[in-house]
Design a protein around this ligand. Structure first.
Ligand code: SAH
Ligand code: SF4
Length: 349
């Protein structure tokens, strides 16, 4: 049943510790019932910060000259993937700025093929590489990727226009989502919350959009202003506690409204609170994306201010994360893809 908009607005408007905890507890019950309490890890490789786009909120947009650009080599990326495989991660996310040139799209296809080969087909691969042609999506799918994340950022068209240059079109984002589904990907989208000029009603519309689009996965998070962007005037007044709470409310409302989708507790939550990810799980998320990119590249991938640069490519960190997940009564789905249950329901399986 299509969720009720007023009910979503009410959930997103909850204030005060008691009411917030009641909302998170309700979302947790829905999570237990529909997807269970197994957490799936996706090892995140931020493979390049080169981007041809210029989204006004993003620290690695093309017009920010204040840091060097990098691309991780095939061998290094394969090493990182192998490390995740050895740690028994079920899947990887390969993310980067947007590039559509053939040299890049071929490189990604080759990398996907090699990761599949290295892991005897066992590592699941999610890509998050922006808007592409159907041919490119097909090429990467044929190479072995089976999930794709492309946030729409906001479904308020006016707001989308304000946050992007004129040639970044919301309709193109939608078209890309359509292409992904046509090719056969498990498709994820998402938005940022706390954007300047965004209302609670806008966010409720975002959640209804996820429902109407029948999405399988959600990667969403609070917007965090960045100094080297046209929106840098927002840095000073930014309130991390408020942004964090809104991020958690968003997860809870999505879990209650959409039930069987996969929801990631975003890195941005972790940036705002040391226990951000665990709190995200308790509000309804069921996927974590530990960053396994070599730490020497982390400075270069600052989408927002204060992005955590901690080293998660150490076996000890995996153990600590596992312990902290077990301490909240959940288990880690090692060696499992953890595909969204929603995808199979959508396929009628
Ligand atoms: N270039 C690809 C993937 C990398 S960006 C793409 O844009 O799809 C991944 C996500 O980072 C974006 O979708 C956006 O939602 C998020 N992001 C960018 N700047 C941010 C900021 N300042 N605060 C929070 N999230 C941000
Ligand atoms: Fe590039 Fe993605 Fe950042 Fe936009 S959000 S500037 S497409 S990396």
């Amino acid at each position: 049943m299509r969720p009720n908009k007023q009910e979503i607005i009410d959930m997103l408007s909850v204030r005060g510790e008691g009411e917030l905890n009641a909302l998170f507890a309700r979302a947790y019950e829905v999570k237990k019932k529909y997807v269970g309490t197994t957490v799936y890890f996706r090892g995140l490789i931020e493979i390049s910060n080169i981007c041809s786009k210029n989204c006004y909120y993003c620290g690695i947009r093309s017009e920010n000259p204040n840091f060097p650009r990098y691309s991780i080599s095939m061998d290094e990326a394969l090493q990182e993937a192998k490390w995740a495989f050895d740690q028994r991660y079920g899947s990887l996310v390969i993310q980067a700025g947007e590039r559509i040139d053939t040299q890049w799209t071929d490189f990604i296809a080759e990398l996907v093929r090699k990761i599949k080969e290295m892991s005897s087909g066992k590592l699941g691969i999610t890509l998050s590489l922006g808007e592409q042609t159907e041919e490119t999506y097909q090429k990467w799918f044929d190479a072995g990727a089976h999930r794709y994340l492309l946030r729409v950022e906001t479904t308020n068209r006016e707001l989308y226009k304000k946050l992007h240059p004129a040639d970044h079109r919301f309709e193109d984002r939608l078209l890309s989502l359509e292409r992904l589904r046509k090719v056969g990907y498990q498709t994820g989208t998402g938005v940022m919350v706390g954007l300047p000029g965004q209302s609670i009603e806008d966010i409720a519309d975002d959640i209804l959009f996820f429902y109407d689009q029948d999405v399988d996965m959600l990667g969403m998070g609070p917007y965090i202003p960045h100094q080297d962007t046209p929106l840098n005037h927002l840095v000073e007044a930014f309130d991390p506690t408020e942004a964090f709470t809104l991020g958690l409310k968003l997860i809870a409302a999505c879990r209650i409204a959409l039930k069987d989708v996969n929801i990631a507790a975003s890195t941005a939550l972790q940036a705002l609170h040391p226990q951000g990810r665990e709190r995200g799980l308790l509000a309804g998320a069921n996927v974590l994306m530990p960053n396994i990119t070599d730490t020497k590249y982390r400075e270069g991938y600052q989408l927002y201010e204060g992005k955590p640069g901690i080293n998660e490519n150490a076996a000890q960190v995996v153990q600590e994360l596992q312990r902290s997940i077990e301490s909240i009564g959940e288990t880690v789905g090692f060696d499992q893809w953890g595909d969204p249950k929603h995808f199979f329901r959508r396929q009628g399986q």
